[in-house]
Write a protein that binds this ligand. Sequence first.
Ligand SMILES: C[S@@+](CC[C@H](N)C(=O)[O-])C[C@H]1O[C@@H](n2cnc3c(N)ncnc32)[C@H](O)[C@@H]1O
Length: 479
Amino acid sequence: MSLLHKLCGIVDDCRAEYEYGKERPMRWNFVQSQQVVQKAGQDRRCTEMIGGNLLAQGDNAAFMEWLLREGGMGGKLKMIYIDPPFFSNADYAAEVKVNTDKIKLAAVKQKAYRDTWENGMEEYLSMLAYRLLLIRELLAEDGGLWIHLDWHAVHYVKIIADEIFGQENFINEVIWTYKSGGVSKRRFARKHDTLLYYGKSKKYYFQAQKEKSYNRGYKPYRFKGVKEYRDDLGWYTMVNKKDVWQIDMVGRTSSERTGYATQKPEALLRQILESCTEEGDLCADFFCGSGTLPAVAQQMGRRWIACDAGRLAAAQTQKRLWNLGADFTVWEAAPVQTDSPVCRSKSQRQKEGKLLAEAFVKPAGVSQSELLTVRLLRYIPPEGVYEMLDEKNAKAVKRLLKKDSLALVNFWCVEERPADDGILRPKRMMMRDKNGLALECEVLGNSFGNVQGEIAVQVWDLLGGHQTAKVKIEKENKR
Ligand SMILES: C[S@@+](CC[C@H](N)C(=O)[O-])C[C@H]1O[C@@H](n2cnc3c(N)ncnc32)[C@H](O)[C@@H]1O
C-alpha cells in the first residue's frame, strides 16, 4: 500500500490509541528529583510544582500523558514548539570536552539521539501523530503550535497535522533560511528548514512584528502617508514581518554553542516567542535537546516546560537554565511499579557506578555558626552511560578515569538538609567551566544534615548520567 493510502490509517490508529490511553493505567510516572530556587527571598519549598518552570527527562508521550492526567495541564499552554528528529536517517552526536588540570583530551563524541526508523516513514509519522494529539489537548484555546522540520518529512507531517488541528487552523509556513556547509552538484543547495504554525482555534494569540523593507534602488519613494527611514544601506519602510526568516545557524565559534548536534539559534526562538506569547505565558518544548526554547523563554520572562528523552540533553538543559539564574524543578521518568520492588543484585549495583564524597563541620568562629565543608573524592559513572560512546571513545574515557577519577564531573551540588521526600533543593551548583571545577564547597550555617546526620551530594557527569549519595557529616577534629 502506498504511503498516501496509509496516512488516514496512521491518524485513525493514533486516535484510537490516544482514546484508549486516557483510560488505561499510566505506565510511567514522573518523579521530582530537584527543586532549584536561586532567587533570594523566595520560600524554597513553595515554588509552584507543575505550571512553573519544569524540566523532565523521559519519553515525551509519557510525560505529556502525565501532565494531562496527574498535572491537570489540559488547555493550559500558550505555545508549544517542537523540533523533533527530521526523519533524516542519521544518528546525531554531541561533543564533550573533557579537560581537567591533569588531562587535556580532545572532545569526546557521544551519541545524542537517533533519527533512524526501522519501519520507515509510517513509524515516524505514527510517533508524531500520537504526540500531536496530546499537544492539542495541552494547548490553551488561544494557544499555538510550531512544528520545526525540513524537506525530509514536512509535507507528510503537514497532512497529518491538518487532520489533527484542522486545515482552517493552519496559520503559517515559515521558512528559516541559513548559510551552512555542504552542497551537491546534483541539486540546488538545501539551505532552509520549514516551520508549520497552527492555532488551537481561531482565537489564537498573535502579535504581528515589523521589519525593514528596503526601497527599490534604496532611494526614497516619497509616497503620501508612508513613513520612510534611512540607514547606512539606504531608504526603507517598516512592514509586517514576512514568512521567510534569514537567521544564522549556531556557528562553531558562537557563544551560544553547546556542542549538541542540531542546536537551534536563540534568535529564531526569540522571533517565535515574540509573535505568539506575552510575558508570564507558559510555553513548552517536548523535544528540547540542548534547551534552546526554555533558555530563550527564561530570558524573555515566559514560564516554560521542557522535556527530552536523552540524559545528555536533559543535563545540558539543566546546566544552561541554571546558568541563566532560573528557578525550576527537575523530574525523571520512573516506571509505575506494579510488582513489589526486587532486591538488586551485586552486579546490578556495580553497574550503577560510584560517588564518594566527604563532609565535615567545624565552628566557624562567627557567633554560633558552623562551617560545613564538602569534598568530592571519586565519581565513576554508571555503566549505562558508556552505551552513548563508541568503542574508541569509551576506552579513552575509561583510561581517563584511571588517571583522574573526577574527570567526568560536569556539575554537582549539595543538599545540606535532605528532606524525606528525596527532592534535592540545592542553593548553589558547582559547574565545570573553562576555568575548571571546584571540588570543594563550603557552607556557613547551623544544624546541617538530616536526623541521621547526613547531607546529600548529587553529581551530573559530562555524558548526562547522574548519581546521588548520602554522606555522613563528621566533626573536623575527628579527621
Ligand atoms: C532536533 S533535536 C532538538 C534540538 C533543540 N531544538 C536544540 O535547540 O537543541 C531533537 C531532540 O528530540 C529528542 N527526542 C527524540 N525522541 C524523543 C521522545 N520520544 N521524547 C523526548 N525527546 C525525544 C532527542 O533526544 C533530541 O534531543
